[in-house]
Design a protein. Structure first.
Length: 233
């Protein structure tokens, strides 16, 4: 059972989604506009958010930005837009997956289950890892067991996907990873994403790692990415 928050202004659709998710055993709450959605996230600390793009107050992309500024909660976006650019935008901002309206409840349940499985797998791997396991570079500390990242001692807020991506690169310094390999290993092959999604996540990681460690992630043109080890400890 997971604690799920639905932020959707179409009340009939919201009610149907709540009914279906509760039917498979989840604890579900709902909000109907951007501001109340952000407030609900802070209040209930959900395990997953189902978030519509078009919302009153402020839209779902703004909700996504505000949530991502403080927490890595998995987010499934709902959108009536169908262009590749619109879909990629949500993923660039940190969404974990998306569904284009109209969609079947069966597909929604499958996407929710896939996201929750990935989160549970990460937690299980962390639990099985020694608490002492860390990946360290000058100014950068990745606490694998604690699922935390620190820059010069200060915590950095990463999404679950960003953490997986950084961990894979940093744990294999010098190894070149193709975009296709990263899509399969980091996203699990369960989400319809694009090569550009990898690029956008790399850009977000570099920005969050800043001047301290952002340049450790190198682009290998025409191939993919690698982590440049410099005086690893």
């Amino acid at each position: 059972m997971a604690r799920i928050l639905i932020i959707e202004d179409e009340r009939e659709l919201s009610s149907l989604i709540r009914q279906e998710l509760r039917h498979v055993g989840h604890d579900v709450e709902a909000a109907f506009d951007g501001p109340s959605g952000v407030t609900a996230v802070e209040r209930i600390d959900p395990d997953l958010i189902v978030l519509d793009v078009m919302l009153p107050g402020f839209d779902g992309l703004e909700v996504l930005r505000r949530v991502r500024a403080t927490r890595p909660t998995p987010i499934l976006m709902l959108t009536a837009r169908s262009t590749e650019l619109d879909k990629v935008l949500g993923l660039e901002l940190g969404a974990d997956d998306y569904l284009t309206k109209p969609f079947s409840m069966r597909e929604l349940i499958a996407r929710v289950s896939a996201i929750l499985r990935r989160v549970e797998l990460i937690r299980a791997k962390s639990d099985a890892t020694s608490v002492a396991e860390r990946i360290e570079y000058p100014g950068l500390l990745i606490d694998v067991a604690g699922h935390e990242v620190f820059l010069e001692g200060s915590p950095v807020s990463l999404t679950a996907t960003e953490f997986r991506l950084l961990r894979m690169l940093a744990a294999n310094p010098g190894r070149v990873f193709s975009r296709e390999y990263l899509l399969e290993e980091v996203w699990g092959g369960e989400v319809a994403v694009y090569d550009r999604t990898v690029d956008s996540h790399i850009q977000r990681l570099r920005k969050k790692l800043g001047n301290v460690a952002g340049d450790m992630i190198e682009t290998v043109w025409g191939v993919g990415y690698r982590f440049h080890a410099r005086n690893a400890s």
